[in-house]
Design a binder for this molecule. Sequence first.
Ligand SMILES: C[S@@+](CC[C@H](N)C(=O)[O-])C[C@H]1O[C@@H](n2cnc3c(N)ncnc32)[C@H](O)[C@@H]1O
Length: 192
Amino acid sequence: MRLRESGMPDEGYWESLLEVELILDCLGIDGRIRDAVELGCGYGTFSIPVARRLLGTLYTVDVDPAMVARTRARAEAQSVTNLVCKALDVMAEGFGVPPASMDACLLFNILHCEEPVRLLRLAGDTLRDGGAAFVIHWRYDPATPRGPSMDIRPRPEQIIAWALETGLFTHDGKVIDLPPWHYGLRLARAPR
Ligand SMILES: C[S@@+](CC[C@H](N)C(=O)[O-])C[C@H]1O[C@@H](n2cnc3c(N)ncnc32)[C@H](O)[C@@H]1O
């Protein structure tokens, strides 16, 4: 099932709101990471630049076949070959990768979903010890030009509390500023 308020506006408008390379630099998503999995490729806005940075493969999924088609087409046009993109409902089917196989799991603009703790558990299950979930979300500020309704929009402290509730993550207390409109978190996979 499509997660609540996860529809996308026009591609050009969406991408005008995001400083993608800066966000990835600030999060530390680079060649130290081998394989990663992403929930919700959308237009491939992050998927393609992330795949370019990884040492291994980016596995990305989306419940919307049109988003999968768009991301695949962009990857092909840009000769990005280390990206595997599948149509899949993560809440029903999981991430579609073997347990404990990933260095990183990307949860970008999605933790306003109905069951964030369950989603974080699914994310934690994909990660090998020493891996991390990377979260970005719209600031808790009604002045942002886009983003989910304020009544379901999580503050960073809320996401950290959900992550700790899973028992699968630790967090160093750092909230990463991702101008102009986002914040980020790196949630470390606790050892098994
Ligand atoms: C708000 S968009 C964010 C896309 C991308 N992460 C970004 O930040 O550019 C959320 C994406 O998640 C997808 N999505 C929603 N529910 C999903 C589910 N249950 N399983 C997989 N993808 C889902 C939507 O189709 C949409 O493309």
